[in-house]
Design a protein around this ligand. Structure first.
Ligand SMILES: *Cc1c(COP(=O)(O)O)cnc(C)c1O
Length: 413
């Protein structure tokens, strides 16, 4: 049950049933790709790992039961996270989130594997998350060469593009599995297979993929995979990096301290966060099939209702995509003004407010949209707690606000 039912059922019965607006929490949350609420079962579990009556010990404490209990909880969570992606628990390194995982993977791979006589070359794409793009730019400043591939109109990178960009000094390729603005899924497995053959390291940002679509590190042929808890109903501030053991992948630590996580990432492990991520990943695996089908149905329901409007473009790939992310452009309408009209919905425009001017989404520009079209892009992302009622309400709001804005343009023209 999502919405609290009044505690006095007799009073409840005498009132007429609440209408949509009363029963639904507004603004309706349609920004699950930005972050998800923690699942109540996860929150409840986490609370048992904080206080004196819970498991609060330092997992690195070897001399008493407080430490041993915490360590056992951390290792159980490591198994849960590994299981969702078909990895060995020994391949999981805890981090503070996918941003840190991307940094550790990219800087760590370059640091541990570069030959001082050769200028290292990195290949990535123009629509990666900033955690990858900014890390690559920083390395560029440190003397690396970076190639940023342009995706096709659907947001996919082709195997042949990666192949053509390879050089003898290419050390690492970093590509995302699912794009956070478009929901497009890349054909990572084929690319990984080719890179393995060429002996090039492959990092995959799977923050938007794990728990949303089946992910298996063997099928991906990836060496490094970044994961985040808060995109999958776990807490913010915890993530993981998958580091392949066979063939053995070496990365250089970016945070030095007590040598935790086999020297790859120092710092006292946050047991409560890690237990939360483990539980969230375990649940995501359990619910995956059901949730994919349910979100697919909600997506269709939303698109069908919004399809009432003329001049709507679905940005991204029609079939190779996660069901929960819907990126739409509305002809003649700026996402910013549409968002102002959609006060009852919590959505995202992908535009970054850079000083006084609103920059259009770099992802939409990179897939070939004009500046005006990119400015018109709006991302609706659905998740575990989205309902038919919310989707119907959201679509109704979109249709009426778009019609109103277009009418205003017509009358003022
Ligand atoms: C959210 C996200 C990140 C960053 O993850 P954090 O855990 O918030 O640091 C990285 N990559 C992608 C694709 C994301 O969606």
């Amino acid at each position: 049950m999502r919405w609290p039912i009044p505690s006095t059922p007799s009073v409840w019965k005498t009132r007429r049933p609440p209408d949509l607006k009363q029963s639904m929490k507004t603004p309706v949350y349609l920004d699950y790709a930005a972050t998800t609420p923690v699942d109540p079962a996860v929150a409840e579990l986490m609370a048992g790992y904080l206080t004196l009556d819970g498991v609060f010990g330092n997992p690195a404490s070897r001399s008493h039961g407080y430490g041993w209990q915490a360590e056992a909880a951390v290792e159980n969570a490591r198994r849960q996270v590994a299981q969702l992606i078909g990895a060995d628990p020994r391949e999981i390194v805890w981090t503070s989130g996918a941003t840190e995982s991307d940094n550790l993977a990219i800087k760590g791979a370059v640091g541990a594997n570069c030959n001082p006589d050769v200028r290292p070359h990195i290949i990535t794409s123009a629509i990666e998350h900033k955690a990858v793009l900014d890390t690559c730019s920083w390395l560029e400043g440190q003397g690396c060469d970076v190639t940023r591939l342009t995706p096709d109109a659907t947001g996919q990178i082709a195997l042949s593009q990666v192949e053509q960009a390879l050089r003898p000094e290419t050390l690492l390729v970093s590509l995302m599995l699912v794009n956070n603005e478009l929901g497009t899924i890349n054909d990572i497995g084929k690319i990984g297979d080719m890179l393995r053959e060429r002996g090039v390291l492959f990092h995959v940002d799977a923050a938007q993929a794990a728990g949303k679509v089946p992910v298996n590190v063997s099928d991906l042929n990836a060496d490094l995979v970044a994961l985040s808890a808060h995109k999958v109903y776990g807490p913010k501030g915890v993530g993981a990096l998958y580091v392949r053991r066979s063939p053995d992948v070496r990365i250089e630590a970016q945070i030095h301290g007590g040598g935790h996580e086999r020297g790859m990432r120092s710092g006292t492990l946050p047991t409560h966060q890690i237990v939360g991520m483990g539980k969230a990943f375990d649940m995501a695996g359990e619910l995956l099939e059901n949730e994919m089908a349910r979100l697919e149905a909600l997506r269709s329901r939303f698109l069908e209702a919004v399809g009432e409007l003329e001049g709507v473009t679905l940005n991204g790939h029609e079939t190779q995509r996660v069901p929960g992310i819907i990126n739409l452009s509305f002809d003649g309408i700026e996402a910013e003004s549409l968002m102002l009209g959609l006060r009852e919905l919590a959505v995202s425009s992908g535009s970054a407010c850079a000083s006084a001017t609103m920059e259009p989404s770099y992802v939409l520009t990179a897939i070939g949209l004009s500046e005006a079209q990119a400015h018109a892009g709006l991302r609706f992302s659905l998740g575990r707690f989205s309902t038919d009622e919310e989707v119907d309400f959201a679509a109704g709001q979109v249709v009426s606000v778009v019609e109103r804005l277009r009418e205003r343009r017509r009358t003022s023209a």
